[in-house]
Structures are given as C-alpha cells and as structure tokens.
Design a protein around this ligand. Structure first.
Ligand SMILES: Cc1ncc(COP(=O)(O)O)c(C=O)c1O
Length: 376
C-alpha cells in the first residue's frame, strides 16, 4: 500500500532554488541520489571486493525497478548510458519500413537516418503532422504494407503531447512499437506493455543525473530486432576469451561493455523514490502543476500548444507567443529568475511535482510584467 506520507516525503525532497521550470531539459539531483552517490563513491575507493560488489549490485536493483515500473521482468531490461544508446540498439537492428515523425527528438531522427544510410534494408517513412502530435489517426493514415516498426516519443519534447500507447498498438497491429520515454517515465502512467521497446534516461524527471539510461526489449522485439551493436557484454556467461559466442537471446544482447555501477546506484535510488511515491500519485500532482502553468498563460493570453486534456500531456507546457512577443516574454521570464527552454519562438515550461507556490508566483509575475508592456 502506498501511503500519503511516501508522496509527502517525495514532494518534500525537492530542495532546489525557486524559479526552476526546466525539468524537461535537466533534473536537479534529488537529495537521496546525491547522498547515495557520495556513499558509493567512497565504497569504490576502499579497494575492498565486497564494497565493489555492493555498488555493483545496484545494476540488478535498477533493472528490477525499471521492470517494476514497466510491469515486466528484469531479464528484459538492460541499462544503457542514455536513451539514445537504447534507441540506436533498437533501430540499427531493424529491417523494412520504420515510421517516425520529422519533429521527433534527434535521438530518433539521426539514428534512423544513419542506420538507413548504413543498411539499405531500412526504409524511413517520415510523417509530419501539422501540430506535431503523433496521434493514432496520423499513424494509421501513414501505415503501409512495408511498415515494420513505428518509433515515437511517449511525451513530445517540443509540444508536451503524450502519446496514447494502447491506441497506437491497436492501430499498428503486430508491428514493432519503439518508444522514447525519457520525457515521461515514472511521471505518468503509461501502457508500456503495448510497446515493444521502451528507452529512457534518469537525468531529467527522475533526478538521477546523466549516465542512467535504460531500455526494455519485449518478446516481439527480441525475436525481430538483430543485436547489431552487441558488444562483449552482450553475451550469456562470463568474459568470452579465445572464442566469440553468439549474442544473448535476452535483452542483455543490447549491451556493449560493462555498466557504470555508480550511475546504476543513482538510477536505483531515484526509481525507488518514484515507486514509493507511486506513479499515479505523481501524475495527479504533476497534472495540477501543468494546469497552474496553463492558468497563468490563459490569464495573460499567451497561446499554449500543449493539449488541455490531462491524459495527453505530462510535465511539459509549451507556450507559443506571437512572433513579436517571444523575445519580450523570454526576457521577462529570465528577469524574474525563471529557468525555461526557449527554442524556435516557443517557450517550454516544465514544472515538477515539487515546483512550489513561490516559483508559480514568479511565473505569474513574469507574465503580468510581460503583459502590461505588450503592444497589441
Ligand atoms: C525526447 C527526447 N529523447 C532523447 C533525449 C536525449 O536523450 P539522451 O541524452 O538520454 O540520449 C531528449 C533530451 O532532451 C529528449 O527530450
């Protein structure tokens, strides 16, 4: 049973300075992650085998926690240096048609382009929805007999649109569904088992720092994706010397060399906090925080491109001010001590569950100041 106190202590663990609204870019590390990292660093300095093994055991723990959040078995989860590494393992092993949005984060678009250039067997099927939302209808309309896989972000890094994985599965039948979950993992409930590959990284919303990537490969993915980038750690058993065995039949095939055990310790600690607080609980608080951001945007008539439906967004709210308003709005936010991401005339505001009333007040003040100086 998840107690309210677990959520309360999770909320109370946000100890950063007010004004931070850039969780979609980088998540300031949680206190528990910081102290675990310090402790484990000391353990790795002792030269005691038991201490080294103790830190190494966080790899197992992190895989188990990722599996728990996905609803699967830890054997199908493999740690990665980052999201992009996991996605590259999946994409390089594909053949046939791969559908993806032009507006996806470059982890997907670059990997897909390089893989298709390198192997003539992969054909890219680009889709370009006007609003950037990879909806089930957009995917259905673009499917062809050649489509073997669809790659999509769980939460779009530009618009904050949250994909509906169950609906996408219904549309694509038994084709592969590859999901970049970095912008939502642990923050919103998602039907991951409707997908075949889920990749993420703990350095944003999970507050674990960089190096804490992970990937899940389900049964269908393991059958159909060739472990093209498999390294010496991608085998079953010990170090393969004097022989080169076949890659493992499990998700471990999608490994290159040994995992960073300190990163695994940070990831495990961060995931434990999320599991204890409960993803459903986190989602409802996060939804209230994004609604707060939208409230101020509406009050000061700044257009929002992120869906209003709470089920179709996570922690990102993207503002799209009129062209002449973008620079003054960005300046007002900066002058009020707020950290956001400004890109191509849009302003991405990303609060977390621990974003306090003080930060929201600053946000409201920044919009009010911008609004009073605005020339209509
Ligand atoms: C949707 C998305 N995918 C991938 C990444 C980067 O992935 P990584 O650094 O884990 O490889 C980002 C970073 O902003 C992102 O927003």
């Amino acid at each position: 049973m998840i107690g309210v106190t677990d959520l309360d202590s999770y909320l109370a663990s946000f100890d950063g300075e007010p004004g931070y609204l850039d969780w979609a870019a980088f998540g300031p590390l949680s206190p528990a992650v910081r102290s675990e990292a310090q402790g484990d660093t000391e353990l790795l300095g002792t030269g005691r085998r038991t201490s080294i093994e103790l830190v190494g055991d966080h790899v197992r723990e992190a895989r188990e926690l990722v599996a728990e959040l996905i609803g699967t078995d830890a054997a199908q989860v493999v740690l990665q240096p980052s999201t992009t590494y996991g996605l590259m393992h999946a994409i390089y092993g594909l053949a046939g048609g791969l559908m993806l949005g032009r507006g996806e984060f470059p982890s997907l678009t670059v990997a897909a382009t390089r893989a298709s250039d390198a192997f003539g067997s992969l054909r890219l099927q680009w889709v370009e929805p006007a609003d950037g939302f990879m909806t089930p209808d957009v995917v259905r309309a673009a499917l062809s007999d050649d489509t073997r896989a669809v790659a999509v972000s769980l939460v779009d890094f530009r618009t904050g649109y949250r994909a509906d994985l169950s609906a996408l599965r219904e549309v694509i039948g038994d084709r592969l569904l590859i999901v970049d979950a970095i912008q939502g993992f642990g923050m919103v409930e998602a039907d991951y088992l409707a997908a075949d590959v889920v990749c993420g990284h703990g350095y944003k919303w999970l507050r674990a720092g960089r190096g804490t990537g992970f990937a899940w490969f389900g049964e269908r993915a393991l059958e159909r994706i060739a472990p093209v980038l498999s390294g010496f750690r991608g085998i079953d058993g010990d170090l393969p010397v004097d022989a080169v065995p076949a890659p493992s039949a499990s998700a471990q095939a999608f490994s290159i060399s040994g995992p960073d055990t300190l990163a695994a310790a940070r990831l495990a600690t961060a995931l434990r906090e999320v599991v204890d607080a409960g993803v459903g609980n986190i989602e409802s608080v996060l939804s209230a925080r994004t609604a707060d951001v939208m409230f101020f945007a509406d009050r000061y008539e700044v257009p929002v491109v992120t869906p209003r439906d709470a089920e179709r967004r996570a922690g990102i709210v993207t503002l799209e001010p009129a062209a002449q308003d973008a620079a003054p709005l960005a300046a007002s936010l900066a002058n009020h001590g707020l950290t956001v991401t400004t890109r191509s005339g849009r302003i991405r505001v990303a609060p977390h569950v621990g974003t306090g009333a003080d930060t929201l007040r600053l946000f409201g003040d920044a919009l009010a100041a911008f609004s009073s100086a605005r020339v209509w």
